[in-house]
Design a protein around this ligand. Structure first.
Ligand code: F6R
Length: 607
């Protein structure tokens, strides 16, 4: 979603903004723009399309300023265009605003306060710039507070004023932003990668706080404009972790990083055959939960489906998995005996944050499984399990998904252990499997393996529809494989619980609908084998993901890709890797833009 960068200090703000915005490109966008102050004027430049269009547009202008705000826009109100791109300015051109989120009451605000004004865009954001001019009383800070008082919706807003060009003002409600502290300079951005080249010292902005950035530092104030003390955090990510590092795409790099990050997810969490987290749950607390909801979106939701199987099997607590955007609108039955687990790579997904708040409002304890330290979800949850995947830049999630699964295995074991369940032998086997995972995953990513998958992907180049089938845990993986394929290759793909095909969908299966079957789980092997034969009888071409050494399946499918043998329960972590690679190479052979697929954004901060 929209990216924001603001800078004030000794460097040329234009360079800092362009560099920072380039680090936020992964969030997904369709236009970009910057505003600087020159003399008593705000100067704005914007361009539809990629950031390079903006760079080309301003190249010969040799712009310089010590203050500026920049933005990459992901359209919500008004189509992608130069005029809808941010920053937006007030009618007198003195104020400029960049915004992430949605001002829900913007039409009402126009009617109430700005009926006579001329607007130059279709956006909700422009209203904010006009209101700043309308309410201005000689104090930029007081004026921002007055404007905030009438805004409804979600926003991260960063604003400048030509008449008070010694400061940038920023505030947020439900949309993320991080402040960077420099020496004689201050930064603000919607995400950490934009800051990494300049500083590691950062502060997170809480709801309703007003941040005043100057060359001399950053002051945080409350609604009454009283100064608030704020904790300074050190960003742990390396700058290199957010670079492609020789890989053609971030997605491929992140697939390859999996063995390394698996180690990080597990590190320090297994001691003497037991799992430990940063929190400590008593048997009494765990036993007080008679139900668990896992709530998440997209890939994180798919991770939740594996989590359900893991927790139910190990800790024998019933688990329901819910799509976050549905959860709070259907009045779920929540009370203090319900644990709500929210899963989110970014920790900022608006629907998941809303679900978390709904759960807390109803007296539930909330546990977060997330990647981003200091994110809204991490801050607002009672217990946090970090997946330690490092920055995930590709819009299509890979390493975050697999590390979410590992976190869930650890959690399943932990809950069972704290409850004192008598399944110690199974827990030990799972922990052993987890500890072997990084090395085993490493052995998979050979050139020969990649070539084999690349060849299979070439066969999908012209497909219109592809089906993924599996049973049990293999079905959960099938769902993730099909999402990955459709989001980056734009091929229509569906995942089915294989036994369900004959209840309708089998009608669609022909020699033109390739099927990818995941057949890794021993308990359901005979059943999936029958289901594969059903689609083969309809002449579908079948590629099967199998366990190494499975000679049986090779006899009745067209092609197989093997994963190394590992404890069946942990196998989804490995089985999804060939599916990630199939999506990657299919998108590549179709010439798709892999890291930033059309219409999608990395961090979905609007509901
Ligand atoms: C797909 C993908 C999305 C995200 C979803 C939730 O590859 O990445 O489906 O999983 O938008 O995002 P987070 O995990 O940040 O809450």
């Amino acid at each position: 979603m929209c990216g924001i960068v603001g800078y004030i200090g000794k460097r040329n703000a234009v360079d800092v903004m362009l560099q920072g915005l380039s680090k936020l490109e992964y969030r997904g966008y369709d236009s970009s723009g910057i505003a600087i102050v020159q003399g008593s004027e705000v100067l704005v430049n914007k361009a539809e399309g990629k950031l390079v269009n903006l760079q080309n547009k301003i190249e010969d202008l040799h712009l310089e300023s010590s203050i500026g705000i920049g933005h990459t826009r992901w359209a919500t109100h008004g189509r992608p265009s130069d005029y809808n791109a941010h920053p937006h300015t007030s009618q007198n051109g003195k104020f400029a605003v960049v915004h992430n989120g949605i001002v829900e009451n913007y039409l009402r605000l126009k009617e109430t306060y700005l009926a006579d004004e001329v607007f130059t865009s279709e956006t909700d954001t422009e209203v904010v710039a006009h209101l700043l001019e309308k309410f201005y009383n000689g104090s930029f800070e007081e004026t921002v507070v007055k404007v905030l008082d009438v805004l409804e919706g979600a926003y991260a807003l960063v604003m400048i004023c030509a008449d008070e060009s010694d400061k940038i003002i920023a505030c947020r409600k439900d949309s993320p932003m991080v402040l960077g502290i420099g020496d004689g300079e201050s930064f603000i951005a919607s995400d950490v990668p934009a800051l990494l080249a300049y500083t590691r010292e950062c502060m997170y902005i809480e709801q309703g706080e007003l941040c005043v950035l100057t060359q001399d530092g950053i002051t945080i104030k409350n609604h009454a404009l009283e100064v608030i003390d704020k904790e300074v955090h050190t960003i742990e990510w390396d700058a290199e972790a957010a670079e492609k590092d020789g890989y053609e795409h971030f997605m491929l790099k992140e697939i390859f990083e999996q063995p390394t990050v698996f180690k990080k997810t597990i590190a320090g969490r297994i001691h003497g055959g037991e799992v430990q987290f940063d929190f400590d749950l008593s048997a009494e607390q765990v036993n007080s939960w008679n139900k668990i909801y896992i709530v998440a979106c997209g890939t994180a939701y798919h991770a939740g489906l594996v989590g359900k199987a893991v927790i139910e099997k190990l800790a024998r607590i019933p688990v329901e998995v819910e799509i976050a955007s549905e959860f709070r609108y259907r009045e779920p039955m929540l009370d203090e005996h319900t644990l709500v687990i929210v899963i989110s790579q970014s920790g900022e997904t608006a629907d998941t944050v809303a679900a978390l708040r709904e759960a807390k409002k109803n007296g539930c304890k909330v546990m977060a499984v997330t990647n981003v330290v200091g994110s809204a979800i991490a801050r607002e949850s009672d217990y946090v399990i970090y997946i330690w995947a490092g920055p995930e830049i590709s819009v299509a999630s890979t390493k975050a998904y697999t590390t979410m699964l590992i976190a869930e295995y650890l959690l399943g074991v932990y809950l069972a252990q704290q409850k004192g369940m008598d399944n110690g032998a199974l827990r030990a086997e799972i922990l052993e499997g987890l500890q072997h995972l990084p090395d085993i995953a490493e052995t998979m990513l050979t050139d020969a393996y990649l070539e084999q998958i690349q060849k299979a992907a070439e066969g999908y180049k012209d497909a219109n529809d592809i089906f993924f089938i599996g049973r049990g845990l293999d079905w959960a993986i099938a769902l993730e494989g099909s999402l990955k394929l459709k989001e980056i290759s734009y091929i229509h793909a569906e995942a089915y619980a294989a036994g369900e095909l004959k209840h309708g969908t089998l009608a669609l299966v022909t020699d033109e609908t390739p099927v990818i079957a995941i057949c890794v789980q021993d308990a359901t092997y005979d059943k999936i084998a029958s289901n594969i034969k059903e689609v083969k009888a309809r002449e579908a071409n079948v590629l099967a993901i199998i366990n190494e050494g499975d000679e049986e399946t090779q006899k009745f499918v067209d092609e197989t890709i093997a994963i190394p043998r590992i404890h069946n329960f942990v196998a989804p972590v490995l089985a999804v890797i060939p599916l990630q690679l199939i999506s990657y190479y299919t998108a590549k052979v179709r010439g798709c833009e892999i890291d930033q697929p059309r219409n999608l954004a990395k961090s979905v901060t609007v509901e």
